[in-house]
Design a protein around this ligand. Sequence first.
Ligand code: NPW
Ligand code: ADP
Ligand code: K
Length: 508
Amino acid sequence: MIKHIGSFVAQPVFTVAAIRQIEKRLFAAERDPFAVMQRAAQMLFKHIAINWPDSQHFVIVVGGGNNGGDGLLLARLLKQAELNVLVLDCATTERRGDALKAFDLALADGVDIEPFDALRVCVGSVVVDGVLGIGARLPLDDVLCSVVDWINRAKRAGASVMAIDLPTGVDADTGYAQAYVAADITLSMVQPKIGHVLGVGSIASGRLVNESLGSNALLSAMSEEDRSSLAVASFSEQIDWFDVAQLAKHKPCPRFADSHKGRYGHVAVFGGDHGYGGAAIMASEAAAKSGAGTVALMTRGEHVAASLVRNPNVMAFDLAHERAMSLGIRKDTVVVLGPGLGREEWGEALFHRVMALSLPLVLDADGLFWLAQLSDASLPEGSVITPHLGEAARLLGWRIDDINRSPIEASAALAKQYACVVVLKGLASVIANPQGQVYIAGKSEPVLSKGGSGDVLSGMLGATLAYYKTPLEAALMAVSWHNYAAGEMAGKRGVHRAQPYDVLEYLD
Ligand SMILES: NC(=O)C1=CN([C@@H]2O[C@H](COP(=O)(O)OP(=O)(O)OC[C@H]3O[C@@H](n4cnc5c(N)ncnc54)[C@H](OP(=O)(O)O)[C@@H]3O)[C@@H](O)[C@H]2O)[C@@H](O)CC1
Ligand SMILES: Nc1ncnc2c1ncn2[C@@H]1O[C@H](COP(=O)(O)OP(=O)(O)O)[C@@H](O)[C@H]1O
Ligand SMILES: [K+]
């Protein structure tokens, strides 16, 4: 499916259910399953030595499960290296199995283990979160909330925080979190989880490092059929994370030396009711600067001059003009419908008029408002919709919080409902198609939290859709480039001064 851009920038992320299955196989392959936890501790020790070679004082906060077990074995290694280590124990249930074995070993080695006390002053320059990993039941109760708060306070007071496997409080399957540890580094065990790269989890994890503990070899030795039996999710065989940092090597719409403008397609942006001309102008500018061959802005007459002054390369048509449609539309047109469309009669009429053209659509903003009013809508083949959480909630009839808690299910449901590719926008965005393929792309870029960022994305997506023709690929490219360019822009111009359309200066 990913034909043009190569799949090497995508890597699978897993659900807890899938990790548990890998775990079983990993244990079966070992003579002593406890060796896996010991390896985990060695990896933690290694990454501590790499990141904090001069630190002498460590506090390891542990829970009663295997996440705490990893922490206790790490404490033992730190003690053996003659470093100062204190374990704060917040387990509320009796330890069993490997976690108990780890506790006994740490105790036998003279590791200082004391009950967690929220009033205690942190004595470590590095705090390790070994409270909960993939076995967490959420939401956290008050006691665990105070543990999380204690770790975050230690960080604010200057300590560095390393999370074992997953920051405590983050839902491993969705990245959803209420109270959570904000880690500087997370050392993921076995394979990366969805919660590391999606939602609040993508921020809470800090810098993500994975240690496979032998599972890479195990996964690559598995047959295709066997791998798909891992049941990553009921609706999808594999969920991939798209590393936008790799994208610098791939332009959004690469150009060929022997090409002409017709190769890169035509984008027509419809929108810009009274007061909202900027949204449509930004979208058309974004389509042009992302590499579309030709771009037409189809809008109210009052916005035409503004667009021509700003972007003379974009044709601008007054929709009140009777020949506007025939002049602005070609047979290979990709339509961007929604930026500044408005919720008045003008927008409604335009929505229906454009839908009737049956051209591949990028449907965004108020285009999605009008779509939600239809009881039975089918979109032209090759279309993409780009809802944010609120728009997705309206389209599905879910609450916003439900979308937030289940972003992958929500995007998959929308992809089925409208038989199109969906971009559920967020800190990281979820891209899904009706065949059950799911990608996560992007990372937190607060510079994008400004009105107009979505309009720019929809224009970029118009250009990539005209170029690639395959909507999934087009969506991946546009979302990733939007996010990547935002990172570059924030670094060079600062998060306050930079405006949504400035992103377009960082596409090359
Ligand atoms: N996968 C692998 O191959 C490898 C995994 N490894 C490591 O194991 C970790 C998974 O370990 P895990 O399964 O023991 O789960 P974990 O996250 O420690 O939590 C379970 C414990 O916490 C408790 N508990 C849960 N929620 C709670 C709450 N809200 N409030 C209070 N208590 C709560 C729960 O209590 P219970 O349910 O028994 O009442 C139980 O005691 C994984 O993240 C990684 O670090 C590595 O060793 C290497 C190989
Ligand atoms: N903090 C953030 N981190 C990463 N991306 C963000 C952030 N805030 C917003 N975005 C992105 O910016 C865009 C905002 O879209 P939208 O909410 O439709 O904005 P608007 O309607 O104002 O144009 C989306 O692509 C979203 O993923
Ligand atoms: K943890």
